[in-house]
Design a protein around this ligand. Sequence first.
Ligand code: FAD
Length: 471
Amino acid sequence: ATESDVNDVVVIGGGPGGYVAAIKAAQLGLKTTCVEKRGALGGTCLNVGCIPSKALLHSSHMYHEAKTRFANHGVKCDNVVVDLPAMMAQKDKAVFNLTKGVEVLFKKNKVSYVKGAAKFLSPSQISVDTIDGDNTVLKAKNIIIATGSDVKGLPGITIDEKRIVSSTGALALTQIPNKLIVIGAGYIGLEMGSVWARLGSQVTVVEFAPDIVPTMDGEIRRQFQRSLEKQKMKFMLKTKVVAVDTSSSDVVKLTLEPSAGGDQTVLEADVVLVSAGRTPYTSGLDLDKIGVETDKIGRIPVDRRFSTNVEGVYAIGDVIPGPMLAHRAEDDGIAVAEFIAGKEGHVDYDKVPGVVYTHPEVASVGKTEEQVKASGVAYRVGKFPMLGNSRAKSIDDAEGLVKVIAEKETDKILGVHIMASNAGELIHEAALAITYDASSEDIARTCHAHPTLSEALKEAAMATYDKPINI
Ligand code: FAD
């Protein structure tokens, strides 16, 4: 290869980490190539994650609203039916348009795009088996590993993506199951469970741990679980799956047992969703050939500049430690490109918001009350129920609350937890506040438009050091 063939940056993986890193690197004047083996850009998030799940959550919510609540608003529709192929087609169209959109962004920013699977030949050279059957070698001064994560299975359970599905199969079922069992009460399991529960499935969530979504603030979590139970989702907590029997063509039989051991029960379902987490994906990269280390669960450790233990080789997103979320991967992508371009980059993993896109949504940023308590810092809590919020009441969608946790001595906000129909949007005011070390009084004294759901955050902030007005 000639010198002009040497890239400043090659990014392996075109997910939210990789494609954002590639665009930012190109914007910073670096000659950049992105390699993606899927045949479409956008990674897990756009193809089989965030985007298709949000499409189905929205469509199923519309159906459920039409069926159960439109009449309360004086909108009568007699024969509300699900057209599942049409629902899936709208989801597929959203995915297609968005993944194509990233290709357009690559062209606009002059990022070269190679479709194929990459593996390391040296710290500055990768070999790509292209999806059209060729092989090409790319040279680069810097290589960013952004290969993301994959579904984590469970021992003894074979995922066939038909009756025993991962989240990928659960996004593409061709029939609404009568009975769906979700193994794992993390956010992905609850979101997918919600979709199918709204469309009519009887959904049972089986979870080994004593709680759903263990990272969530306990008080919010309990209300959230009650809300999902009202939506007819059943929970079997502290329960483990000991055997799966697929020998009958009608139903899948799961043998369950209390996590601590005890009497077994058998539960039947048409479809079982295995949603037990995700695992970093480095297979096929030949990392050992160049000596890039991984930790005991397969993640690639990096320093604050996202550099691996091998000079010139970086890693970002789901494949490194940290919250496995698309927006975190994107922020990593910007920061690593900035570091490579000789600038400073920064991502604070303690201030990454997390959202569960059920209805109501649950969103949080910063520490939970349990974490603050454990840290020994004296704190105050301000709460405001959505029932006291005039906008939520006016639209008859007032389930949930806002909870603000602030340091007692300084009033600095430590954590904000919101359960509300629009929590995923509301949380960003809190994320900004936490990022800039604002106090709860700063939020409370910021003029908020009326009537908005955001006023609930203002009132909860007020309640940390004073009394709220509307409750
Ligand atoms: P990925 O998106 O996994 O992308 C990695 C890419 O690398 C893949 O496209 C893969 O094909 C490619 N690749 C791997 N190896 C090679 C190789 N050797 N050569 C070439 N290419 C390779 N996160 C949120 O923030 N919000 C959500 O609402 C949300 N919903 C989700 C719903 C579901 C059902 C799932 C499964 C995940 C969801 N996530 C969500 C998580 C989110 O998808 C991930 O955190 C995010 O995609 C991680 O981005 P990444 O760029 O690190 O990796």
